[in-house]
Design a protein around this ligand. Structure first.
Ligand code: FE2
Ligand code: FE2
Length: 420
């Protein structure tokens, strides 16, 4: 009686260990190996192995073996009938000697005999075969008792659970990676489409070649300087690329007029924000506010902009960003009736108009972005590439920007930007 109880305590101890081992999902191989050792150890079995079932390969692949020798195959093939029978059998030990009718046991008859395997248990978990446990004779030479078989079932359930969990995880990882790839593809397609659109818009306007692309880049720089996240920065770039999409419906001769356009032509041209909004609204953008940026990129803080004459807080933030980028590009590129203005003059204009046309913190962010490049703090020469080296290297730009920043942002003396 006492011996029986000891055995019970010992076995349940092993089962508890096994449960713990299975719960540790870090090293699957190790878990399976330990599980096998626990079964063999707790029942005094000489040798055995645990295999994982491959649905695609129709085979059992050995995950852990002990005492089966080098000759034992790493994979054991199954035919349809075997698979069906194992599933019907469920999670119960099969006596190998009495199961010779199944093709599986006929094929591996000699292998099982030479390794003295006595039991084979399909690991059937939630109506699915996930693997198998193979067990040799007991060290005592005694036959397996029904009690042993129950223990084997209980332990098999744990091991099968671990394999099923692993399979599920692998499947989830596969799906996640597939989704990631799909998403990346879609994102690339979207970005390419946006760029193609920007190129199409810019094509129409021969004097401001590359305008949309530059506005996209300036908006991106501002977003980054405002401390936005990666997605928002990308959204700012897209909003910049597409802000003038409404110009696609404006007559080419108005857009390309080599003179200052008259009131009627101007009214026609001024429809482009609203038209742009209509074009962009039905598109499902991965970023919010892209249509709003198009609609309100000609609004001003002081309410003197168009189309709706909105005031400061009524204007969507992204539209304020694009507005600055747009105005900056208009001032720094040659127009048919006007040459571009010197950099110093442009920065002065932005500073003077901050609070009137532009949001001060957006101007400040833009200045910081330019300053970082002038000071060599940021290595990519984006402004130099977009505006030309000479333009950006004109005298006194950096001190001027520093002065403006100090005057614009409420700072304590400690955070003043040094002028040296
Ligand atoms: Fe515009
Ligand atoms: Fe524009």
């Amino acid at each position: 009686m006492a011996e029986n109880r000891n055995k019970l305590v010992h076995t349940f101890g092993a089962l508890a260990d096994l449960g713990q081992e299975v719960a540790n999902k870090n090293n699957f191989q190790e878990t399976i190996r330990t599980s096998l050792h626990l079964i063999l150890g707790s029942l005094g079995i000489m040798r055995g192995g645990v295999a994982r079932y491959s649905r695609f390969g129709h085979e059992f692949n050995m995950l852990a073996v002990r005492g089966l020798g080098d000759e034992f195959p790493l994979s054991l093939g199954l035919c349809y009938e075997d698979e069906r029978q194992f599933l019907v059998n469920g999670l119960h030990p099969i006596d190998i000697a009495r199961a010779k009718v199944l093709p599986f046991f006929q094929v591996y008859d000699r292998t099982f005999e030479s390794t003295k395997l006595e039991l084979m248990m399909p690991l059937v978990i939630r109506d699915e075969t996930v693997g198998a446990v193979f067990l040799g004779e007991k060290a005592t030479g005694d036959p397996y008792t029904s009690y042993d078989r129950e223990i084997i079932c209980a332990m098999g359930r744990h091991i099968g659970g671990a394999i099923a969990q692993r399979n599920m995880l692998a499947e989830l990882e596969r799906q996640a990676s597939e989704n990631r790839k799909l998403y990346e593809n879609l994102r690339t397609t979207y970005k390419d489409t946006v760029k193609a659109f920007a190129a199409a818009i810019d094509c129409k306007d021969k004097y401001t070649e590359g305008h949309s692309v530059r506005v996209g880049k300036y908006s991106e720089i501002i977003g980054a300087e405002l401390g936005w996240g990666e997605e928002e920065i990308e959204g700012a770039a897209v909003a910049g690329y597409l802000h003038d999409v409404g110009k696609l419906t404006v007559e080419r001769k108005i857009i390309n007029a080599p003179y200052r356009i008259n009131a009627k032509e101007s009214a026609e041209l001024n429809k482009h924000p609203a038209v742009g909004y209509e074009i962009l609204l039905p598109i499902h953008h991965p970023y919010t506010d892209v249509p709003l940026a198009a609609k309100y990129h000609h609004e001003r803080l002081d309410g003197h902009g168009y189309p709706d004459g909105l005031y400061d807080r009524e204007i969507p933030y992204i539209a304020k960003v694009v507005n600055l980028a747009d105005s900056f590009d208009a001032m720094t590129t040659d127009r048919p009736y006007k040459r571009r203005r010197p950099a110093g003059e442009v920065f002065d204009d932005l500073r003077r108009n901050s609070g009137k046309q532009f949001a001060p913190e957006i101007v400040a962010a833009f200045f910081r972005g330019i300053l970082k490049e002038l000071d060599g703090e940021s290595k990519d020469k984006r402004f130099r590439k977009l505006l030309g080296r000479e333009y950006m290297e004109s005298e006194g730009l950096a001190p001027m920007l520093k002065n403006s920043l100090n005057a614009m942002t409420p700072t304590s003396p400690l955070t003043m930007i040094s002028l040296d």
